[in-house]
Design a protein around this ligand. Structure first.
Ligand SMILES: [Zn+2]
Length: 231
C-alpha cells in the first residue's frame, strides 16, 4: 500500500458545496511539500501578477491612481501578514518555566482575540480563543498563548482545524494532554455574503486529558461565563 493519500475526484458543484458547508478533513494545514521552495519576495511578485489579472478580468482600470498599487499591496499583505503563519519559521519559540510554586489548578487565559481567513472564501474570520491547561511541572509564558493562537490563525483556515492545531501544539509544548481550547468566532463569509447572517457565531472546542471529565470541563466553562474584562 502506498502512503499517497487517496484522491477523491469531486465535481465543481460538490467542491463548492463542501466549501460553503465548511467541511474539513485533517488538522494539518494542507501544504505542498515544496511550499517554501521560493522566497517570500518571489511569492509577492507572483501573487501581485495574478491579482492584477483578477482585477483586470473584473474590468478594473489598473492605471487608476487608487487601484494601481493594489496587486502589490494585497500580495504583501498575504505573504507578510495575514498568511505569514503558513511558514514554519514563524512558529513562536515557547518560553517555558518550571512550576516552582507547585500551582496545581487549571490556568485559563480568556478572550485572546484573533483574525484568520476562511480558506473556502478568503474572507476574514474573527473571534476570541479561550485556553486552559493544568501544568505537568512546566508553565508557559502567558503571552505565548496569544502568539500561538496568532500563528495558527494567520493561515487560510477552517475553525475546527484552528482549534485542533492550537490544542495539539499546547499538548506538545506543555507535555500534558490536560489542555482545553474554546473558540467563538464570526465568519464574514456567512455575515457579508451567502446567507448574510450577521448575528450568528460559531463555537468549536478541544478537550484533552482531564478536560474530558465533566467536572473539569464545567469548571473551565464556568470561568468563561465570568465577566472578567471590566475596565
Ligand atoms: Zn467561508
Amino acid at each position: 500500500m502506498s502512503n499517497t493519500p487517496h484522491k477523491i475526484e469531486l465535481s465543481d458543484i460538490e467542491i463548492d458545496e463542501q466549501g460553503n458547508d465548511h467541511i474539513s478533513s485533517c488538522y494539518n494545514t494542507p501544504l505542498r511539500e515544496n511550499a517554501f521552495a521560493i522566497s517570500d519576495d518571489e511569492k509577492i511578485k507572483i501573487i501581485a501578477h495574478h491579482f492584477e489579472a483578477i482585477m483586470n478580468t473584473l474590468g478594473l482600470d489598473l492605471t487608476d491612481d487608487s487601484l494601481k498599487g493594489t496587486p502589490k499591496r494585497v500580495a504583501k499583505m498575504y505573504v507578510k501578514e495575514v498568511f505569514s503563519g503558513l511558514h514554519p519559521d514563524k512558529k513562536p519559540k515557547a518560553s517555558m518555566f518550571e512550576n516552582k510554586y507547585k500551582y496545581k489548578e487549571m490556568l485559563v487565559e480568556k478572550n485572546i482575540s484573533f483574525y484568520s481567513y476562511c480558506e473556502h472564501h478568503f474572507v476574514p474570520i474573527h473571534g476570541v480563543a479561550h485556553i486552559a491547561y493544568i501544568n505537568n511541572g512546566q508553565n508557559i509564558g502567558l503571552s505565548k498563548l496569544n502568539r500561538i493562537v496568532e500563528y495558527f490563525a494567520k493561515r487560510p483556515q477552517v475553525q475546527e482545524r484552528l482549534t485542533m492545531q492550537i490544542g495539539k501544539e499546547l499538548e506538545n509544548l506543555l507535555g500534558t494532554a490536560d489542555v482545553a481550547v474554546f473558540i467563538d468566532a464570526k465568519h464574514l463569509c456567512i455575515a457579508s455574503r451567502g446567507v448574510k447572517d450577521d448575528h450568528c457565531s460559531t463555537i468549536t472546542s478541544y478537550y484533552g486529558g482531564a478536560f474530558n471529565e465533566s467536572a473539569k470541563k464545567e469548571e473551565f466553562l464556568k470561568y468563561l461565563e465570568i465577566q472578567t474584562d471590566k475596565k
